[in-house]
Design a protein. Structure first.
Length: 246
């Protein structure tokens, strides 16, 4: 017999909401305000620049031509307040409706995070992506500088999330139009110069993926638990296995 304890909280009734804005900056600032605002009970806050919404053909009814799109999952009790806030910020509400589970149509969370990449690649397999975290205070300036250098080679969508210190940051999985490895690596390096954290999904080493800790705790753990390097060989560049006895 097994006894299992579950920590439960009161059930929350959620609604889905989308609003279109004339510019990405307007859409971003509205989404950021909701994400950071303690008065809002939210489950998902995402903003897409145009033309990313054109990839979402199954939900084209929520897309407004040439406009950036904000997608939010909000407590149903706050849905009308959110509508008012969006309209006051210059947004055009394009959809609102109950979220009742995986069979909800449309299920808007299917277009966020790395789902966005898959929809883009379905439209054109030349699209790829990077994983990034932008500054909570300098994000729009970082985007402006990237846009100046790379134009529409990079397209932005932001999913707001809290980091380990409880600070809301614009997490991002930007779409990148792939024209070659050298160009992609140049873009990643420039992100670093701007203070944009990159976890590179196109490499197979821990260090290259941006998750390596400066205190070397991962390397020390590798030497302790896998001194001969039998597990995942080659995944940690700085690791040298112990010489094996002949």
């Amino acid at each position: 017999m097994t006894r299992v304890w579950f920590a439960l909280t009161p059930a929350m009734v959620w609604s889905q909401f989308t609003a279109a804005f004339d510019t990405f900056d307007e859409a971003f600032l509205f989404a950021q305000g909701v994400a950071e605002g303690g008065e809002w009970t939210k489950r998902l806050v995402t903003v897409f620049e145009w033309p990313i919404p054109t990839f979402f053909t199954p939900v084209k009814q929520v897309v407004a031509a040439d406009k950036s799109l904000v997608l939010i999952m909000i407590a149903t009790a706050q849905l009308e307040s959110l509508r008012g806030a969006a309209e006051s910020a210059g947004g055009q509400v394009t959809f609102s409706g109950d979220y009742v589970g995986p069979r909800t149509q449309p299920l808007l969370s299917d277009y966020t995070w790395n789902h966005t990449t898959l929809w883009a690649m379905k439209a054109d397999p030349t699209w790829t992506y990077i994983q990034a975290a932008f500054s909570p205070t300098e994000c729009l300036e970082q985007i402006r500088l990237l846009r100046e250098r790379y134009g529409k080679e990079i397209l932005f969508h932001m999913e707001f999330m809290k980091n380990g210190q409880g600070v809301v940051i614009p997490g991002a999985i930007p779409l990148v139009y792939f024209t070659g490895e050298e160009r992609l690596n140049e873009l990643i390096a420039y992100c670093g110069e701007l203070g944009v954290f990159i976890a590179n999904p196109h490499v197979n080493s821990l260090e290259g993926g941006g998750r390596y800790r400066a205190d070397n705790i991962q390397l020390r753990a590798k030497h302790k638990y896998d001194p001969k390097g039998l597990l995942n060989p080659g995944k940690m560049i700085g690791f040298e296995p112990e010489a094996q006895a002949k």
